[in-house]
Design a protein around this ligand. Structure first.
Ligand SMILES: NC(=O)C1=CN([C@@H]2O[C@H](COP(=O)(O)OP(=O)(O)OC[C@H]3O[C@@H](n4cnc5c(N)ncnc54)[C@H](O)[C@@H]3O)[C@@H](O)[C@H]2O)C=CC1
Ligand SMILES: O=C(O)C(=O)Cc1ccc(O)cc1
Length: 360
């Protein structure tokens, strides 16, 4: 089976790499000769504008996704054409407006729920979709076989498939993807004019909350504008909740003994956050798991990670998750290892035996 990727940036190249590794014939095209050449050099497929493919993934920016889908449906009369844009209803409506009705059965909207804060082929990874959800959003007109083909290809990248209507997808990603981007950006924006001495205090909290603040402004403007109808009511609720907390803190600042109910307001938001956070699925979509963690300082020098991982592996212990922070003022990294609670005592013993210092 052959697959064409149109738009060989982060997502297109990652799909190309994943499918090439699985033995599919992958053809690449991008209006940028550099993007196209880079994707081919990385092993995502071969540059080709002329050969017909069974399926086409349009991985272009959201604001051109629909017109590129329409062009591809017209140019390749027997291919199934899928897009991967982060918003689904607006793209589907635009495709319907651009495409003759007899071509619509070959269009499948889809969205891999995996990405990175960096753009372009250089940031692509063959395993980007491994264990992540890939949403498929069939329209009324979509042919069942076209849906199946896209589901099979998405599955071949290692993703888990969810099928749902476009409007349901858009309402969901408004909360789980688009509001988090705005939250990360607004928190990170507060750092812009902070004195260096204050920035130096940055720890895990600010890093965790702002990781995706590095994302591309052009891409995210398109995503947020494309899903404005679903994002704006959620954002109104966020503003309302933050407004209530701001009011409480203002009253506390003015007279902490008279601000009745204010502490309750603050505690309620933090507690609602705990309840929401506990609902985020664990690895591979499993029920949320509580892992036990230990922190191991490692020297900032070649081979440290490898020695630590070998010691964990030699003990037959599976790492469930991993995080790293850089020590301040010392050439060490702080590695947080997450394991199943039943093996954490053994992990601690094994590492201490091997000479590592282990912290809770
Ligand atoms: N970045 C992310 O984390 C995720 C992005 N997406 C979606 O994937 C799509 C691509 O995003 P990225 O790969 O991140 O962007 P990117 O900026 O890395 O790559 C986009 C590519 O599309 C090409 N392109 C521009 N105009 C085009 C046109 N008219 N026809 C064909 N190609 C064109 C560009 O030259 C570039 O190589 C977007 O629709 C985005 O919403 C989906 C999931 C995650
Ligand atoms: O970086 C992350 O954690 C993401 O979840 C990235 C992401 C960005 C855009 C999407 O449409 C889907 C996923």
């Amino acid at each position: 089976m052959s697959v064409r990727i149109v738009g060989t940036g982060l997502i297109g190249t990652s799909i190309g790499l994943a499918l090439s590794h699985k033995g599919f014939r992958v053809l690449l095209s991008d209006p940028s000769p550099t993007a196209q050449a880079l994707a081919a050099d990385l092993g995502a497929g071969q540059i080709d504008d002329d050969v017909a493919a069974d399926a086409i993934f349009v991985a272009a920016p959201p604001d051109v996704a629909a017109s590129v889908v329409a062009e591809q449906l017209k140019q390749w009369p027997s291919a199934v054409v899928a897009d991967v844009a982060s918003v689904k209803q607006q793209v589907a409506d635009a495709v319907r407006a651009l495409v003759p009705p007899e071509q619509l059965h070959r269009y499948v909207g889809s969205h891999p729920m995996a990405g990175r804060e960096r753009s372009g082929a250089v940031a692509a990874q063959a395993d980007l979709f491994e264990g992540r959800t890939w949403v498929v959003c069939p329209q009324q007109e979509t042919d069942r076989h076209a849906v199946q083909l896209v589901q099979e290809l998405a599955h071949a990248t290692g993703a888990a498939i969810e099928t749902m209507p476009a409007d349901e997808h858009d309402a969901a990603v408004a909360v789980v993807s688009h509001i988090p981007q705005l939250a990360a950006s607004v928190v990170a924006a507060q750092l812009r004019d902070l004195p260096d001495a204050a920035i130096a205090l940055s720890g895990g909290g600010i890093r965790d909350v702002t990781r995706i603040a590095e994302s591309d402004p052009m891409m995210w403007t398109q995503i947020l504008a494309g899903n404005a109808a679903a994002v704006s009511p959620v954002l109104d609720r966020v503003v309302e909740q933050l407004g209530a907390v701001a009011g409480s803190l203002r009253r506390l600042a003015a007279d902490s003994s008279a601000a009745e109910g204010s502490r309750g307001e603050v505690a309620r938001l933090i507690s609602d956050g705990q309840l929401g956070h506990a609902r985020i699925p664990g690895k591979h979509g499993a029920a949320p798991a509580t892992y036990a963690t230990v922190i191991v300082p490692i020297p900032d020098e070649p081979g440290s990670f490898a020695r630590l991982f070998n010691d964990v592996g030699d003990a037959g212990i599976n790492l469930e998750d991993l995080r790293m922070e850089h020590g301040v003022g010392a050439m060490v990294g702080l590695v947080e290892l997450s394991v199943l609670p039943g093996v954490v005592d053994r992990l601690r013993d094994v590492l201490e035996d091997k000479g590592w210092s282990v912290h809770e």
